[in-house]
Design a protein around this ligand. Structure first.
Ligand SMILES: NC(=O)c1ccc[n+]([C@@H]2O[C@H](COP(=O)([O-])OP(=O)(O)OC[C@H]3O[C@@H](n4cnc5c(N)ncnc54)[C@H](OP(=O)(O)O)[C@@H]3O)[C@@H](O)[C@H]2O)c1
Length: 392
C-alpha cells in the first residue's frame, strides 16, 4: 500500500453535497462537534447555497467553501486533491457518484458515502478498488443508517462469542421514521434497475478473490414468526447483509463459518402483510417510467422530515448470535435513523477516518473493517446504544 502524502492537503474533511437534506444536518453536526483545529470545508454545486449554509453554521467563518459539480470531473479531482477525507451525500450514487470515487481512488483521498445501492458498490469495486489499494485510499460505502448499525452491531455481537467457532447472527430491525426526497429518489432509481444490479453483482463475482478455508454467507431468510424476538420476521432486501458478509470475509474474528440474515421485525401480522404489499406495489410501479415520475414528484430533492417529526423517530436493531454453544442477545439503538442519526454516524465516520488510530487498510472496505472499534466507541459517546441484552 502506497499511502500518498496527505498531510499537506488544506482540509481534513470535505463534505460534498453539504446543501442537501442530510448534507446540511451533517454540516451542522460537524460544526457543533468538530474537534479544535479541524480543517474542513463544505462543497457543492451552488455557491449561493454554500455561502448561506456557511453563514448559518456556528464557527462558519472557519469553514472552507469549495464549488464542484458532478458533471465537471476536473472540479471533483480538485476537491479530492484538497482533502484527506471526502464525505459525499450526492445521490442517487449510481447516477452521480462514480467520478468522485475515481478521483479519490486516484489521489489517495479517503472516501465515504451514504449509498444503499448495491449496484454502485459493486461497480466501484470492479473499477476503482485496485487503484485505491495502490494509492492507499480507503473507499467506505454505506456510512449511514445503511449500514453502520447493522455492520457494527454484527461485529459487536461476534465479539461477545468465542473465537474460532462457526457463528450465526440474525439481525431484527424495528424503526419508526419517514424519509427524504433524496432517499425516495435513490430507492425508486434502485427498484427500476434490477437487471443492472444483477449484472454488476456478477461482474464483481468475476473480479473478487474467493475466500479460502473459511465461509461467510448472507442468505435471504424466509418470512417466519421469530419467538426469539417475539415478532414476525420479514427478510429485508437492503444492502446491509452484503456489507456484513464482506466484513466477515475480511476479518478472521468472524470465525471459520459465518452466516448473517437480516429481517424487519413486525409485531402484528396484518402490519407485516401490509408492509410487504406496499413495498411490492412500489417496486412494480418503479418499473413504469410514468408511474415512477409521478411518484418522484410526490417528494422533492432537498425535502425531508422536520425537526419535530425526527425527534419522535427511533430505531432498534436486535441481534441474536450463536456460536461455540453460547447464545447472545445484543442491541444497537438510537433516534431518527434516516437523518439525525445518519448525519451523526456519517460525521463521526469521517472524523474517525481523519483522526483515529485505525488498522492499515486500503481499497473498498466496510465500516467494521476500516474503523470497527474506533467508530463503535465514537458512536457510543455520541449517544447510540450498543449493549448486550442477555446471553445463555
Ligand atoms: N445510508 C443511509 O442510511 C441514508 C440516509 C439518508 C439519505 N441517504 C442517501 O443520501 C443521499 C442524499 O439524500 P438527501 O435526502 O440529502 O438528498 P438531497 O436533499 O436531494 O441532496 C442531494 C445533494 O446532492 C447535490 N447535487 C445534486 N446534483 C448535483 C450535481 N450535479 N453536482 C453537485 N451536487 C449535486 C444537491 O445539491 P443542491 O443543494 O445544489 O441541489 C444536494 O446537496 C441519497 O442518495 C439518499 O438515498 C442514505
Amino acid at each position: 500500500m502506497n499511502r500518498l502524502n496527505k498531510t499537506d492537503r488544506p482540509y481534513d474533511i470535505v463534505l460534498f453535497g453539504a446543501t442537501g437534506f442530510v448534507g446540511t444536518l451533517t454540516a451542522e453536526y460537524l460544526a457543533a462537534h468538530a474537534p479544535d483545529g479541524l480543517r474542513w470545508a463544505i462543497a457543492g454545486r451552488s455557491g449561493r447555497k454554500l455561502e448561506e449554509l456557511r453563514e448559518r453554521l456556528p464557527g462558519g467563518s472557519k469553514v472552507g467553501v469549495l464549488k464542484a459539480d458532478v458533471s465537471d470531473p476536473g472540479s471533483l479531482r480538485e476537491l479530492a486533491e484538497d482533502a484527506r477525507v471526502v464525505a459525499t451525500t450526492v445521490g442517487p450514487y449510481v447516477t452521480y457518484g462514480e467520478e468522485l470515487v475515481a478521483a479519490c481512488a486516484d489521489t489517495g483521498a479517503d472516501y465515504l458515502d451514504l449509498t444503499g445501492e448495491p449496484e454502485f458498490v459493486d461497480l466501484t469495486y470492479v473499477r476503482h478498488d485496485a487503484r485505491a489499494r495502490e494509492t492507499g485510499a480507503r473507499l467506505v460505502h454505506a456510512c449511514g443508517f445503511d449500514s453502520v448499525p447493522h455492520d457494527l452491531g454484527a461485529y459487536f455481537t461476534v465479539r461477545q462469542l468465542p473465537e474460532g467457532v462457526p457463528i450465526r447472527v440474525d439481525g431484527f430491525v424495528t424503526a419508526n421514521a419517514t424519509f427524504s426526497g433524496g432517499t425516495f429518489a435513490s430507492a425508486l432509481n434502485q427498484f427500476a434497475r434490477g437487471r443492472q444490479l444483477l449484472a454488476a453483482a456478477r461482474e464483481r463475482g468475476r473480479h473478487e478473490p474467493r475466500l479460502v478455508g473459511r465461509r461467510a454467507s448472507a442468505p435471504t431468510g424466509a418470512p417466519r414468526f421469530a419467538p426469539e424476538v417475539g415478532a414476525w420476521a420479514l427478510p429485508l432486501p437492503t444492502i446491509d447483509a452484503q456489507i456484513v458478509r464482506r466484513s466477515a470475509k475480511a476479518l478472521e474474528r468472524y470465525g471459520p463459518d459465518f452466516r448473517y440474515r437480516e429481517y424487519a421485525a413486525v409485531r402484528h401480522l396484518p402490519v407485516a402483510v401490509g408492509g410487504v404489499a406496499a413495498v411490492g406495489a412500489l417496486i412494480a410501479a418503479a418499473q413504469l417510467p410514468p408511474a415512477r415520475r409521478w411518484l418522484s414528484d410526490r417528494l422533492q430533492p432537498g425535502e425531508g422530515p422536520g425537526p419535530e417529526k425526527r425527534a419522535k423517530s427511533w430505531f432498534k436493531v436486535r441481534f441474536v448470535g450463536e456460536g461455540g454453544g453460547r447464545r447472545v442477545y445484543t442491541e444497537v439503538a438510537g433516534g431518527d435513523p434516516g437523518y439525525d442519526e445518519t448525519a451523526k454516524i456519517f460525521a463521526e465516520a469521517a472524523l474517525s477516518l481523519a483522526f483515529d488510530d485505525l488498522p492499515p487498510t486500503a481499497g473498498q472496505v466496510t465500516t467494521a473493517v476500516a474503523m470497527g472499534d474506533a467508530l463503535t466507541e465514537r458512536l457510543r459517546r455520541a449517544g447510540i446504544t450498543f449493549r448486550v441484552a442477555g446471553s445463555r
